[in-house]
Design a protein around this ligand. Structure first.
Ligand SMILES: Cc1cc2nc3c(=O)[nH]c(=O)nc-3n(C[C@H](O)[C@H](O)[C@H](O)COP(=O)(O)OP(=O)(O)OC[C@H]3O[C@@H](n4cnc5c(N)ncnc54)[C@H](O)[C@@H]3O)c2cc1C
Length: 410
């Protein structure tokens, strides 16, 4: 049999981890990892945190050290965009017209920032943050100082606001919700994060959106739906991301809020797979499809897709997990809660150290630990058990979470 070729489109965390996994599992065919960006694969979380603030080295952000891809015979094509997939002939086309045939294809094309559709959005000095290049430009602007308007109080906006404050900028953060992330976490967590930013000197304009950016060539003012005109030196927009599905859609693969895959991370074409931010994957534990836009999902789903490409049995059922760091507050969130009956707290948010649990019918759907560590694994076990929990014990910091975990039920 001739040597097989496995192509991976998207050279970021999910793609790089998938390529490495193929080699770790002994795949000796051709592995080609293709990415539009000029950089070798890197991780994005430092771009709104330590790297943005100039506190960590660029080298620390890369997924693998220089030389890794060559050593493992992974053909890394950076600065190379795939423009088309032809699933019928199992070929892809590159932007320069070259073609490559594949036996298996993995799509790890990720997501891109949503643009804000208001007048003045094209002015200079309005930043988005997704790539190292975006981060380098924003970092230089933050270092020059002045007043930043951050549009969007979600995780990216909040982390940028915190980093800009820590670097001495004046910061105004604007969001149409009354509290940061209120829709996902409810009012108490929203209040906690609002107060955290206010205590660090961020001006919060909540319950109002951006109507226009104004300025002569460069942004100088942001008009809000609440009637405010905020003078600024630059603005950062963090209003969410959209999965990059163009390639999949144009190839007639099923797409719906991402590239649709089953629990083996296989698309509607049997030799094409997808993982990471772009994949809307069937989740056997939740019994529905979910698309997760977080680091841990890219880290774990990439290798899982690689195993599926090799024909190994895969059923990707990890509980979604993410983390965020803002000022002196670190948090981890596990689970998937779209509706809940109540939120129970272990510890006091006012004291800045607590675990919050989202419950439905007495069962834990999700948990967030804030400045409390080494509990995330137990929170996940509680979610996985699907057992009703004793609320008094859940609230009581002296009852170990391990004591509350029942036997998992399917
Ligand atoms: C600033 C920032 C901070 C973050 N912080 C956190 C955090 O604290 N915690 C957390 O859990 N998550 C965080 N995330 C989210 C996390 O980084 C993403 O979930 C993760 O990057 C997803 O990885 P991915 O490999 O699926 O896709 P991406 O990282 O989006 O990479 C996709 C890659 O594919 C390339 N590509 C796309 N189309 C093509 C094509 N046609 N041809 C070639 N290449 C293509 C793109 O150029 C890109 O390099 C953060 C994200 C950002 C931007």
């Amino acid at each position: 049999m001739s040597r097989q070729t496995f192509l991976i489109v998207g050279a970021s965390l999910a793609g790089a981890k998938a390529a490495a996994e193929l080699r770790e599992r002994g795949f000796d065919g051709r592995v080609v990892l293709i990415g539009s960006e000029p950089e070798r694969p890197y991780e994005r979380p430092p771009l709104s945190k330590d790297y943005l603030r100039g506190e960590s080295e660029r080298e620390k952000a890369y997924v693998h050290e220089q030389g890794f891809y060559e050593q493992h015979e992974i053909e890394l094509l950076t600065g190379t965009t795939v423009s088309e997939i032809d699933p019928g002939s199992s070929r892809i086309k590159l932007a320069d017209g070259a073609e490559l045939a594949f036996d298996r294809l993995l799509l790890t094309t990720g997501a891109e920032p949503r643009r804000i559709p208001v007048p003045g959005a094209e002015l200079e000095g309005i930043f988005y943050l997704r790539t190292l290049a975006d981060c380098d430009a924003l970092r230089a602007r933050i270092d020059a100082g002045g007043h930043a308007v951050v549009v969007g109080a979600g995780w990216i906006g909040s982390e940028v606001a915190a980093s800009a404050r820590q670097r001495g900028c004046e910061v105004t953060m604007i969001d149409p919700l009354k509290l940061p992330n209120e829709r996902i976490f409810g009012p108490k967590i929203g209040t906690f994060y609002r107060d955290l930013h206010a205590q660090h000197g961020v001006e919060l304009l909540l319950g109002q959106g951006v109507e226009a950016f104004e300025g002569d060539g460069a942004v100088a003012r942001v008009r809000t739906s609440g009637g405010r005109a905020v003078e600024c030196d630059f603005a950062v927009v963090g209003i969410g991301v959209a999965p990059r599905v163009d390639l999949a859609r144009d190839a007639a693969l099923e797409t719906d809020n991402g590239t649709v895959v089953d629990e083996q991370l296989r698309t509607s074409m049997p030799n094409v797979f997808a993982a990471g931010d772009v994949a809307n994957a069937w989740h056997p534990f939740f019994g529905r499809r979910i698309r997760v836009e977080h680091w841990a999902n890219a880290l774990n789903q990439g290798p899982a897709a690689a195993r599926a490409m090799l024909g190994e049995p895969v059923s990707y059922d990890r509980i979604p997990y993410f983390f965020s760091d803002q000022y002196e507050v670190g948090m981890e969130y596990s689970g998937y809660a779209t509706e809940w009956d109540e939120v129970v707290f272990r510890g006091d948010p006012q004291a800045g150290e607590f675990v919050a649990f989202w419950l439905k019918d007495g069962r834990v759907l999700a948990g967030m630990n804030v400045n409390v560590w080494d509990v995330n694994e137990h929170v996940q076990a509680l979610i996985r058990s699907r057992q009703p929990v004793d609320l008094a014990a859940l609230r009581d910091p002296d009852t170990p979470l391990t004591a509350l975990v029942g036997e998992p039920s399917s």
